[in-house]
Design a protein around this ligand. Structure first.
Ligand code: ADP
Ligand code: MG
Length: 551
């Protein structure tokens, strides 16, 4: 036997362990989901490696769970890739995967309860310390000359490593010594089966509790739609995303041309933070003939559709395709463009059939969706799906499409107006919009910087130009009748004109380089003055953004 060595956990890992060991979280059973998911990943890796090398694999892929009530232990064994000594040190002890770091950070902030955080993040291997006094991992890597290694730890400050002399079949065995008060619960076979069914039913490899096979491996996405209940869809969705809520919407399709594939996609009720870890967390799982090729593939759907979760399974790609060549694969591109079209058409149908439901979708995912202004191929579909707040809607939460705006527009109006501001209140008072208020011309209200990029990229809708209210041509607005009496200024007399010119010159003098010009305008009737941009397409807020970006 090799020498036993002791190693300290990395600080980040220690912090997380401390949280988990002392956690009062009641839903501790999720540790099993995490260990099974790791076993499944290891089996996928072994299958993938075997395929790449073209060797016949003689080891049956499986996950076994055994318990010993007297000893108070639970054992999970897989025949996956296993780990070398180095991998073991790196994977369990040194690296905290991205979700872990985020969880520790959020737990430290204390804004969200630990319960909610543990539920929301897959906490990975370390979650076993919610139920364990001690854990022993024995693993033998698939690498030909690898020696089996044993890792043990009570999850406090350090772990021990020891190489074994005897050879073992490849794979990993994890023995969990359960905390005393939890031992009876997690050594009860019926209860364990229940947990496996609940959280791990769709795992792609057989799971045994004792000698009994528990999960029913089922590629739900390949079943005919009419045979699937909404409960089955929801169960699969929860398995896939770890979201405790039911999905907001389900989209199940089967396509034969120009390329064959099945897709089962879901839209969650809530959006991820589009600029936080949600970004990493996007992508559809890609299968070829029921074999998982890549989890969370990032090429099938563009980033702005990143809220869509699900799987795609095709007959048309070779099983041994490498992840590197997927990106340039022409079939992949065909699948992708079909998927994008399906998602956009599905959303369009939802918007048409049930505007309130679509508004709910928009509130959850609109922020991310707006980045689709860069998808020029689908510009028209995209333009039909974006929603805005508006001066024309009583309800401050109300949303409008371009098409609806047009139905409310004035006769002879051929432009859609918009303005960017910090809030509805600010825009309601903005001097730039005075003339629009007076004439009763609707203005779309933009509150997010990205909205202006959307307007700029689209530039028109159905033949109507999208025009910033700041740059609206007064002549085009003049023709609309005012809703209220206008106190239009009298034209200036010959004696008044030089006085005004002098006043403007003095103002320019006083303001110096802060402005390019001070001039009289017929645009305002109530506000004495407003700031305007010199002609051009850049609105004042866009100008601010560009200045920040060019720094
Ligand atoms: P994640 O699964 O998100 O990577 P985990 O904390 O669950 O994070 O696992 C950390 C790493 O430990 C895995 O990425 C994997 O490399 C390794 N690992 C865990 N369990 C096993 C196992 N049963 N077989 C092989 N490797 C494993
Ligand atoms: Mg894991």
């Amino acid at each position: 036997m090799g020498k036993k060595t002791t190693h300290k956990f990395k600080a980040e890992v220690s912090q997380l362990l401390d949280i988990l060991v002392h956690s009062l979280y009641t839903n501790k059973e999720i540790f099993l989901r995490e260990l099974i998911s790791n076993a499944s990943d290891a089996l996928e890796k072994a299958r993938f490696k075997g395929q790449a090398e073209g060797a016949e694999d003689t080891v049956a892929p499986e996950i076994r769970i055994a318990c010993d009530a007297d000893a108070g232990t639970l054992t999970i064994t897989d025949t996956g890739v296993g780990m070398t000594r180095d991998e073991l040190m790196r994977n369990i002890g040194t690296i905290a995967h991205s979700g872990t770091a985020e969880l520790t950070r959020l737990a430290g902030e204390g804004k969200e309860s630990l319960d909610a955080l543990i539920g929301r993040f897959g906490v990975g291997f370390y979650s076993v310390y919610m139920v364990a006094d001690e854990v022993e991992v024995t693993t033998r890597s698939i690498e030909p000359d690898a020696k089996p290694v044993v890792w043990t730890s009570d999850g406090r400050t350090d772990y021990k490593l020891q190489e074994l002399d005897e050879d073992l079949p490849r794979g990993t065995k994890i023995v969990v010594r359960l905390k005393e008060d939890l031992a009876s619960q997690f050594t009860n076979a019926a209860h364990l089966k229940h947990i496996v069914n609940k959280h791990s039913n769709f795992i792609n490899f057989p799971i045994y509790v004792g000698d009994e096979r528990v999960n029913t491996i089922q590629a739900l996405w390949r079943e005919p739609k009419f045979q699937i209940t909404s409960e089955q869809y929801a169960e699969f969705y929860k398995f896939l995303t770890f979201d405790p809520d039911d999905p907001f919407d389900t989209l199940h399709t089967s396509v034969d041309a120009p390329v064959q594939f099945n897709a089962l996609m879901f839209i969650p009720k809530h959006g991820d933070d589009p600029f936080g870890m949600g970004r990493e967390n996007r992508g559809l799982d890609l299968y070829v003939r029921r074999v998982l090729i890549e989890k969370q593939n990032k090429d099938l759907l563009p980033e702005y559709l990143g809220f869509v979760k699900g799987v795609v399974d095709t007959e048309d790609l070779p099983l041994n395709i490498s992840r590197e060549t997927l990106q340039d694969n022409i079939l992949m591109r065909k699948i992708s463009s079909t998927l994008v079209k399906q998602v956009l058409d599905h959303l369009a149908k939802m918007a048409k059939d049930d505007a309130d439901r679509y508004a709910d979708f928009w509130r959850a995912h609109g922020e991310l969706f707006k980045a689709g202004y860069m998808d020029f191929l689908n510009k028209d579909k995209f333009a039909g799906l974006v929603r805005f707040h508006s001066s024309g809607l009583e309800d401050e939460k109300g949303l409008t499409s371009f098409a609806d705006y047009i139905t409310r527009a004035k006769e002879d109006q051929k432009e859609i107006y918009y303005a960017y501001g910090p809030s509805r209140e600010a825009l309601n008072l903005s001097p730039h919009l005075e003339v629009f208020r007076r004439k009763g011309v609707e203005v779309l209200y933009l509150f997010e910087p990205i909205d202006e990029f959307v307007m700029d990229a689209l530039s028109e809708f159905d033949g109507w130009s999208l025009v910033s209210a700041e740059h609206a041509d007064p002549a085009k607005l003049d023709k609309f009748e005012s809703l209220e009496a206008e106190d239009k200024p009298e034209p200036l007399s010959d004696t008044e004109k030089p006085v005004l010119d002098k006043l403007l010159a003095r103002m320019k003098d006083a303001l110096g380089d802060a402005v390019t010009e001070v001039k009289a305008s017929a645009r305002l009737s109530r506000s004495p003055v407003c700031l305007a941009n010199p002609d051009g397409n850049v609105t004042s807020s866009m100008d601010k953004i560009m200045r920040v970006m060019s720094k």
